[in-house]
Design a protein around this ligand. Structure first.
Ligand SMILES: Nc1ncnc2c1ncn2[C@@H]1O[C@H](COP(=O)(O)OP(=O)(O)O)[C@@H](O)[C@H]1O
Ligand SMILES: Nc1ccn([C@H]2C[C@H](O)[C@@H](COP(=O)(O)OP(=O)(O)O)O2)c(=O)n1
Length: 266
């Protein structure tokens, strides 16, 4: 394995802080269908798909100084140091010009997650998690036929272990923040996409106010799941995004109510 060299050869103009992009992390085991479903989301929802694995493979092909190190790590099913992957992601986002990104296969471990947050100051709007059994993923990877050096049974088993040990804790971290949207990815492609689409489609939520509606406004109607950030909270378990902020919850408590009383009514 070689030394890590600065991967940012070509600096694009501007900064990610200026761009302030919407980011959705797409996670799931190897072969769970992340790339397949990202292609569908791109077609229908205007996102740009950035696959960390594709960026790393392109870096190997480009003859970069890090190429050998990256190639060796991928063959071993290991995770490439964050500084390399993050540089590639930053550069791709800045060069692209879009402000909505699906970041596929990243963050894959705690180091990836913490470093990305520290460097870019970007918090994902949510995390799409493709949940699939090892048996099904193994079947898919062995049939993928893209000539990938890591799609052999020995490396596949190593990748599954790395996913269990290093990637699942990242998903658990985001789950504790109410940011995970879990999809049963063991079904046929079209069925999986139906579930994915439902997450990205604007919602037409009916919101119910206790009458008369007092100030401060208790409920903010969210018509677009991408606006979670604007609403500035991350509530788990109520269909993917929250319609309550802390001030509203405090106000409800003064009335002897909770947000669940309001949700029951809607
Ligand atoms: N729902 C599915 N059912 C069956 N095969 C699938 C499904 N989704 C993807 N595949 C196939 O499985 C392989 C791995 O899918 P891919 O999208 O590359 O996974 P990932 O990006 O998670 O590694 C590909 O050959 C793809 O065509
Ligand atoms: N954040 C990442 C993403 C991928 N990699 C490396 C290690 C992974 O086993 C390979 C392949 O990742 P990719 O996302 O393309 O493919 P799979 O989800 O494993 O099918 O790339 C990495 O080191 N760090």
């Amino acid at each position: 394995m070689g030394e890590v060299v600065d991967a940012g050869k070509k600096e694009a103009n501007g900064s990610l802080a200026d761009l302030n992009p919407t980011v959705v992390f797409v996670l799931g085991g190897p072969g769970s269908g992340k790339g397949t479903q990202c292609a569908n989301i791109v077609q229908h929802f205007g996102f740009t798909h950035l696959s960390a694995g594709d960026l790393l493979r392109a870096e190997i092909k480009s003859g970069s100084e890090n190429g050998t190190m990256i190639s060796n790590m991928i063959k071993e099913g290991k995770i490439v140091p964050s500084e390399v992957t993050i540089k590639l992601l930053e550069r791709a986002m800045l060069e692209n010009g879009n402000d909505k990104f699906l970041i596929d296969g990243f963050p894959r471990n705690e180091e990836n997650r913490a470093a990305f947050e520290a460097v870019t100051k970007i918090e994902p709007s949510f995390v799409l998690f493709f949940d699939c059994s090892d048996e099904e993923m193994e079947r898919r990877l062995l049939g993928r036929n893209q000539g990938r050096e890591d799609d052999n049974i020995e490396t596949i088993r190593k990748r599954f272990k790395v996913f269990q040990d290093s990637s699942l804790p990242v998903i658990e971290y985001y789950n504790s923040k109410g940011k995970v949207r879990k999809i049963d990815a063991g079904r046929p492609v079209e069925e999986v996409y139906e579930s994915v689409k439902a997450i990205f489609e604007p919602k037409n939520e009916k919101c119910c106010f206790p009458a008369p509606a007092p100030t401060p406004a208790i409920v903010t109607k969210i018509s677009d799941p991408m606006s979670i950030e604007a609403n500035n909270n991350n509530d788990a378990g109520d269909g993917g995004f929250s319609i309550f902020d802390q001030e509203s919850e405090l106000f409800l408590s003064l009335l002897g109510l909770t947000k669940y009383d309001i949700l029951k009514e809607s």
